[in-house]
Design a binder for this molecule. Structure first.
Ligand SMILES: *Cc1c(COP(=O)(O)O)cnc(C)c1O
Length: 376
């Protein structure tokens, strides 16, 4: 069988390696590997299994459906779901044994109703807003939420597990906002204890905080992006992380283009001399964004080659140059990888596109086939 025309190759050995690095940084705190958004585009189930085998103890996802998918794959580890509308299928979450984060009284009541309806206790955690002003209980709603939670815990409708919060500027480890959020977080924990509620654990740190602010590890850390080997703080360092994904294709055709020949739609590039080009069968429908056109390069057989002309839905061209004798049909074309061989990285794409590698990791799509390997 030939290898796929467009492939997102995920090295689960890299996921394991990165998890071990995160466990080292976490110290005594447990590691929750965040596998939301299909494991940041790397495959939630496979990455979850690799991270758990390498020392992660829990998993984090946004939606109930993501958590149920992990359970259906046979994963027994604790799973926290933290972003749901109030009409989400909380009964399914309770049946799957998911820990449910509640950011409001309305969410808590919806979870409690589902628990009563199916006759099973729900496990809930409180997500408090400490300054991100996104998901999480506001300061004003926190006291009524604690009161409602106390009532439901006393009635054994819900089991209270954790208090957690999320940082707004963790990628600037010494920004005063980080300490401000830490202080609000510890105050929120004290407030819960004053209300007679004792969390089993509390947690605050994402990847950036796990790697740069060990003082914020509390009982557990929640790294996402670093599990996949992308540093959350490129200006500070890579901490020995290994990017897990290689996005690649294969040369479909090598051909001559005469001087003056326009290449691809609109003839945006015109060959200034007789040259040789190669056709790569990956296009914007596969996640090679059109905005990269004429601005990016790929790696083939140890060298970089520039894209020439517009990126199309299913394909784009690269220039091999006059007298090419080093690239043939079928050769591997690396779009981005871990950079060790000189290939482009997700960070390089992010810089070209004016975004962050978190977004680039999720770009491979369309006909891209995800495959897995394991490098030690
Ligand atoms: C996405 C997310 C994380 C992980 O963030 P990274 O920056 O990828 O480490 C942790 N906690 C919450 C609540 C999140 O939404």
């Amino acid at each position: 069988m030939s290898s796929p025309q467009v492939e997102a190759r995920v090295d689960l050995g890299a996921v394991a390696h990165n998890t071990r690095i995160l466990c080292d940084h976490a110290g005594d705190a447990a590691v929750m590997a965040v596998v939301k958004a299909d494991g940041y585009g790397h495959g939630a189930v496979e990455c979850a299994q690799a991270a758990l085998a390498a020392g992660a103890r829990e998993l984090g996802v946004t939606t109930i459906a993501e958590g149920v998918q992990l359970r259906n794959a046979g994963i027994a580890a604790p799973i926290l779901t933290w972003l749901n509308t109030t009409d989400a299928d909380f009964a399914a979450a309770i049946r799957a044994g998911l820990e449910i984060a509640v950011p409001s009284v309305a969410h808590l009541r919806a979870v409690a109703l589902a628990a009563q309806h199916i006759g099973r206790q729900a496990m809930v955690s409180v997500k408090v807003d400490t300054g991100l002003n996104r998901n999480g209980t506001s300061e004003t709603e926190y006291p009524p939420l604690l009161a409602e939670l106390s009532r439901l815990v006393a009635g054994e409708v819900v089991h209270f597990r954790a208090i957690f919060s999320h940082l707004a500027r963790a990628d600037e480890p010494h920004h005063p906002v980080v300490n401000y959020q830490r202080d609000r977080f510890t105050a929120a924990i004290a407030q819960a204890k004053d209300a007679g509620l004792q969390p089993e654990l509390v947690h605050l740190a994402n990847s950036a905080a796990t790697l740069t602010r060990p003082d914020l590890a509390f009982d557990l850390v929640r790294p996402g992006i670093a599990v996949y080997g992308l540093t959350p703080v490129p200006d500070i360092g890579d901490f020995g992380l290994r990017p897990a994904m290689t996005f690649r294709s294969r040369v479909a055709l090598v051909k001559d283009v005469p001087a003056g020949g326009g290449v691809s739609y609109g003839h945006e590039w015109i060959a200034p001399h007789d040259t040789v080009v190669a056709l790569v069968p990956a296009g914007y429908n596969d996640g090679v964004l059109r905005a990269l056109g004429n601005r990016f390069s790929v790696w083939v057989n140890g060298r970089r080659y520039l894209n020439r002309g517009r990126i199309c839905m299913d394909q784009f061209m690269i220039e091999l140059g006059p007298g090419n004798d080093s690239v043939s049909e079928g050769d591997e074309v690396v779009l981005f990888g871990n950079g060790t061989r000189g290939e482009p990285t997700a960070q390089e794409w992010a810089d070209l596109l004016g975004t962050i590698h978190y977004e680039v990791a999720g770009m491979p799509r369309g006909r891209t086939e995800r495959t897995f390997g394991y490098t030690r």
